[in-house]
Design a protein around this ligand. Sequence first.
Ligand code: SAM
Length: 309
Amino acid sequence: MNFHQPVLLKKTIEFLGVEPGKLFIDATLGGGGHAQEIIKSGGLVVGIDQDPEALVRAQQNLRSACPAALCSKQRAAIDQAPGFNQQPFKLIEDNFVNLEKIVLKLGLKTIDGILFDLGTSHYQLTQKNRGFSFDSDCLDMRMSPQLKVTAADLLAALSENELYQIFTKFSQEGRARVIARAIIRARQIAPITSGKKLAKVIEEVSGFKKGRIHPATKVFQALRIVINDELNNLSRGLEQAKKLLTKKGRLVVISFHEGEDRIVKTFFKEQAQEKKLTIITKKPIVPDQEEVKTNPSSRSAKLRVAQKN
Ligand SMILES: C[S@@+](CC[C@H](N)C(=O)[O-])C[C@H]1O[C@@H](n2cnc3c(N)ncnc32)[C@H](O)[C@@H]1O
């Protein structure tokens, strides 16, 4: 199975306040799992992803999600939305760090909700030529082909101390020093150019028991965050999303690790203090046991919601 199961789907649709004829931005379209549900509920979606492969798949999925006959409010909203070409969705290949520019270019006026479902999709993780997983044949990790530096480039260029800093700062890896040293030793023999090789280097200094979380998990996460500048993008994307929403519009963010969630939580708190947003979820919503059982990668998800004042 290499399709992505949308995380916290029902809650996301509920908190976005999806209603027929309303317009939403899915800033991290992926396979279009959340976007499909918005369309089925009568909404319109601008779907953004920086990964062109994701857009190709999402396009097929969204087409098949469109009801044979659109409801009258959905049809009326399409007539008002420039560039939608009689469909309830419009797909854009871009980084959500350019959200304001995208909206300006499309000439959109009222945006009722914006969703960020962060990180990588299951599809990206399972493509061995992308380098996101422990059994990858390469070590790329770029979500967009526009980016220039790969994870293999980083491992070849950084010093032991720089690697240590990255593993500590971006994923709080407790064995950062040992792992950084092992990488330097390994690359003196041959460059580390595959996920398989990196995972093996880390296994050798950390041990690996089947059934446990892989000891390379945090290092892969840290490299991915750096390569894609994920935390900076998130801060800048949230700031723009807040400005673009219409009054009472909803901002829904699903994060998957501590670093992301801290940014979202702090941003919501600051905006609430300035009376720009109202926090809707005092505590983050997490998947129930049933969801974690059927979709284990949802286990670390945290959903936070704020509303524009
Ligand atoms: C977790 S997946 C989204 C899954 C989607 N909600 C679904 O249900 O199918 C995250 C997606 O966001 C994209 N992405 C991550 N950061 C991005 C950014 N800064 N700009 C645009 N797309 C981004 C990734 O390429 C990936 O396809």
